[in-house]
Design a protein around this ligand. Structure first.
Ligand code: PXP
Length: 258
């Protein structure tokens, strides 16, 4: 399959994590977002958590007002977050499960289990002109449920694939990338736009970027960490280059197979 263009969404949550460690104004997530855009990010993602451990309400308002690329607001499907989304009107909302004790979003949403309550939530966001993405594990039943819930997008959780790659479990890593490939195909055939993210690094991104149905990758923690050593501009540019090259090599390959 000839690929879709591949966008990079940069998640700036952990700029706020560092800021909040001292409670002042620096480093500023808005400045990071603007710099990431200058370096080639196609959009900015920020997760407003119930406990406000990193991004704060004022950050979301500032990002929406100031950035020149689409804002993707990650949030739990709660009444409180619905009110924030309806007031802020980001380009998109990505609905994620949230547990207070977790370090990061560990799993995809149980779209199937949430049933009609989620469908109603999705509808309220869509009625406000906000695109709705559901963060799901690479699982056919969840993707079918996401299409049923009338989401616009599914974002496939790549965390297990990245964990296996880091652990050196090559058989597990390869099995997991096959699950992601199948899920992306399945979602695209169901009419959903396909995104992916979580845990991606320079070493793990190429295999995911090569999947032709994927339109966007959302990457945060690694890029903000890498920025300490190389600068955010260089980190974003390098990630973009690896993504573009992986996508182009897939297109060359599929062209030869035709
Ligand atoms: N996508 C979603 C839905 C997430 O929850 C996160 C983490 O906030 C990411 C992407 C980015 O993950 P990472 O920070 O590991 O790159």
């Amino acid at each position: 399959m000839k690929s879709l263009p591949l966008r990079l969404g940069v998640n700036i949550d952990h700029v706020a994590t560092i800021r909040n460690a001292r409670g002042g104004d620096t480093p500023d997530p808005l400045r990071a977002a603007q710099l990431a855009i200058e370096a080639g990010a196609d959009g900015i993602t920020a997760h407003l958590r119930e406990d406000r451990r990193h991004i704060a309400d004022e950050d979301i308002a500032k990002l929406k007002a100031m950035i020149t690329r689409p804002l993707n607001l990650e949030m739990a499907a709660t009444d409180e977050m619905l009110a924030v989304a309806l007031q802020t009107r980001p380009h998109a909302c990505c609905l994620v499960p949230e547990r207070r004790a977790e370090k990061t979003t560990e799993h995809g949403l149980d779209v199937r289990g949430l049933g009609n309550s989620l469908t109603g939530f999705v509808e309220k966001l869509k009625d406000a002109g906000i695109r709705v993405s559901l963060f799901v594990d690479p699982d056919a039943a969840q993707i079918e449920a996401a299409a049923h819930a009338r989401a616009d997008i599914v974002e496939i959780h790549t965390g297990t694939y990245c964990d296996m790659a880091i652990a050196g479990d090559l058989a597990g890593r390869d099995a997991e990338i096959e699950r992601i490939i199948a899920a992306a195909r399945n979602a695209s055939e169901s009419g959903l736009e396909v995104h992916a993210g979580h845990g991606l690094t320079f070493d793990t991104v190429a295999a995911v970027a090569a999947i032709p149905e994927i339109a966007e990758l959302n990457i945060g923690h690694f890029l903000i960490g890498e920025a300490i050593f190389a600068g955010l501009d260089a980190a974003v540019r390098r990630m973009r280059t690896i993504m573009t090259e992986a996508r182009a090599s897939n297109d060359t390959l599929s062209g030869k197979q035709r």
